[in-house]
Ligand binder design. Structure first.
Ligand code: MF3
Ligand code: CO
Length: 245
């Protein structure tokens, strides 16, 4: 069942979203060669607490950190371990926090120092595909229009769109209906309505779309890099509003 949110509820989610947005700006200044994932995790935990929020990933299904930190061929759900980032890597930081019980979920993929043109193009295209999806998030469209736009943008550029994980509705729960795949048929699926709040999150591989999953582990099958970009987006009377940007 899709849970529609009132303008008041969206206002609560906006507040949570803006805290998460600001956290990513801080993290962006801290991602550089030599910094450990653990250090970034500690910074995020403190930041979230200092702003009166709770870290939703910590302990979720046993997840061991505040942030998911996925380097290069890691697609999602990387543990924020004591590993130092190296020049040329890309790292996706996926964070969910809650303010007064309202969740915000977003991901940025950062470049660590100087990164190859190939990886930069992957990260850029992944972000751009999110915005292509958001353009379709409007009354009169269906969910499949968002999915299809994201798939088309990435595949026409030669990339693989991950199927094993999807975006999702979000609200009081981190994961609500509907599931938001990054692939699909235009004109299909539930109608988009004012009050829907979705985490739209393309996960895009440089090579094959296939991934190897084993528990939390999720890496590309061919070992090539993967990028992820995500925001929490509300459909309001005035159109789609990105709450975490
Ligand atoms: N933010 C991610 C999502 O959209 C991942 C959360 S997994 C967790 O589902 F275990 F870390 F919480
Ligand atoms: Co998400």
């Amino acid at each position: 069942m899709i849970n529609l949110k009132s303008p008041k509820e969206i206002e609560c989610m906006r507040k949570a979203g803006h805290i998460l947005r600001d956290l990513f700006l801080e993290l962006g200044e801290r991602v550089k060669p030599g910094v450990s994932l653990k250090k970034l995790d500690e910074f995020a935990y403190d930041y979230i607490k200092r702003h009166g929020c709770t870290p939703s990933c910590l302990g979720y299904g046993g997840f061991p950190g505040t942030i998911c930190a996925s380097v290069d061929e890691q697609v999602v759900h990387g543990f924020p371990v004591d590993r130092r980032l190296k020049e040329g890597e890309i790292v996706g930081l996926d964070i969910v926090l809650a303010l007064n019980g309202w969740q915000a979920d977003a991901t940025r993929t950062y470049l660590v120092g100087e990164v190859s043109e190939e990886k930069k193009a992957l990260v850029r295209t992944t972000e751009e595909s999110f915005f292509e999806g958001v353009k379709q998030f409007k009354v009169g469209n269906r969910l499949g229009d968002i999915s299809h736009a994201i798939q088309e943008y990435n595949e026409s550029r030669g990339y693989g769109v991950v199927r094993a994980m999807c975006g999702h509705g979000i609200g009081r729960e981190m994961h609500e209906d509907p599931s938001v795949p990054n692939y699909g048929k235009a004109g299909h699926g539930p109608k988009l309505e004012v009050g829907m709040v979705l985490a739209i999150e393309p996960m895009v591989n440089m090579g094959t779309w296939q991934v190897l999953e084993d528990g939390w582990k999720c890496v590309t099958l061919d070992g090539k890099p993967s990028a992820h970009y995500e925001n929490t987006v509300a459909l309001t009377e005035n159109g789609a509003e990105i709450l975490t940007l």
